[in-house]
Design a protein around this ligand. Structure first.
Ligand SMILES: *Cc1c(COP(=O)(O)O)cnc(C)c1O
Length: 365
């Protein structure tokens, strides 16, 4: 069986380094908000090309706390509209509604799966105050155009980079385009911890100051609380794991890109639509997602030939019970995508022989 993702083997590649980093934390006697976190924050900000990075407990908190911080700064208010792609993972939408902001679900471009400019333009109203582009499956959204539009209309931009660590347009990485960005380091993400973790990147000092307090009970200074904050800290062990994994990220991304190219070049079954890549460095292939109107049968064919596939995602946010007041929205592109997408195995350790075999099996369907 070719598994969809073999996390154990991925982390075993770095077993020695991870164990040493773990031991370093155990021996330090300091487990929360110490040197590992501060160093990881510097290293990840440098990697993304931003002034600041703020480690938090997970990717959802990274998004939620950034919107919350903009409210604390008076840049957003309850009831403001935030444009978000309708086909995203539900976390992007939860971050908006958790802050009493209004998600405006916008259809994606059906070839790239990402927001495009015309769809955003059509959704603008007097109440639009922010855009939350999601670099879905690892492909960066058209951030140059999105920032031009945002500047023209004085909108805030929060990038959801949970799937796109390292994706770039013209040497500028995701996380450095928007006014802020949220990252997830959930174990299965391209940069994955060995537990939950997340971060915000920004070059805005005011925002940075608020976020540093919000993640730690709203406190800038021990026992002084400026905000009604939360406990959302990235602990020392996970920061140490991430420092190891970050050293290997670009090499792993290069392998993902190589595998994706083999899929793109090799798959020629007319029943399958391949994903569209806007620019090579713009896609870090968190997932390789193709489309077919015969999904159950193709998945069955792959399964019978020992290939595990998954669906990202079976149900869009607006059709979830959690958002029953959005269930009646008509979003035909999003709905068709959710019926047609299949994710093939792709990872830093999948072998080229395995990829060739998967191509053959798809073409024989
Ligand atoms: C994984 C993910 C998140 C949430 O990250 P967690 O660390 O699991 O909270 C947010 N947005 C997208 C697009 C994701 O894929």
């Amino acid at each position: 069986m070719i598994p969809f993702l073999d996390l154990k083997s991925i982390n075993q590649q770095y077993q020695q380094e991870l164990k040493e980093a773990c031991a370093r934390v155990i021996d330090s006697g300091w487990y929360i908000m110490g040197n590992e976190l501060a160093t990881f924050e510097q290293e990840f900000a440098a990697y993304c090309g931003t002034q600041y990075c703020i480690g938090v407990a997970n990717g959802l908190d990274a998004l939620t706390l950034t919107l919350r911080a903009w409210k604390e700064l008076g840049r957003l208010q309850a009831g403001d509209e935030v444009i978000v792609p309708a086909n995203t993972y539900i976390a992007s939408v939860l971050a908006i509604t958790e802050n009493d902001l209004v998600p405006v679900l916008v259809e994606p471009d059906e070839d790239t799966f990402n927001l495009d400019i015309s769809n955003i333009q059509n959704a603008l109203t007097e109440k639009t105050k922010a855009i939350l582009p999601v670099h879905l499956y690892g492909q960066i959204s058209p951030m140059d155009e999105i920032m031009d539009l945002a500047n023209e209309h004085q909108l805030l931009v929060l990038e959801d980079c949970a799937q796109s660590h390292g994706a770039q347009i013209k040497d500028k990485k995701c996380g450095a385009w928007g006014h802020a960005a949220g990252f997830s380091f959930y174990p299965g993400k391209n940069l994955g911890a060995l537990g939950d973790a997340g971060a915000i990147t920004t070059s805005d000092k005011e925002l940075y100051d608020v976020l540093v307090a919000l993640r730690n009970y709203g406190s800038h200074k021990k026992y002084e609380n400026k905000y009604q904050g939360v406990n959302s800290r990235l602990d020392e062990i996970q920061a140490a794991m991430l420092r190891v994994k970050l050293l290997h990220l670009d090499k792993e991304t290069a392998h993902r890109q190589h595998v994706a190219q083999l899929y793109l070049d090799g798959i020629n079954n007319p029943k399958v639509t391949l994903p569209k890549v806007t620019m090579k460095e713009g896609h870090v292939w968190h997932l390789f997602v193709l489309r077919t109107s015969e999904r159950p049968a193709l998945m069955e064919h792959l399964e019978q030939n020992g290939i595990q596939t998954l669906i990202h995602y079976p149900t869009p946010p607006h059709q979830q019970a959690a958002y029953n007041y959005l269930n009646e929205l008509s979003l035909p592109i999003t709905q068709v995508l959710h019926q047609e997408v299949i994710s093939l195995p792709i990872s830093p350790i999948i072998s080229l022989e395995e990829v060739e075999y998967i191509v053959k099996v798809i073409n024989s369907y």
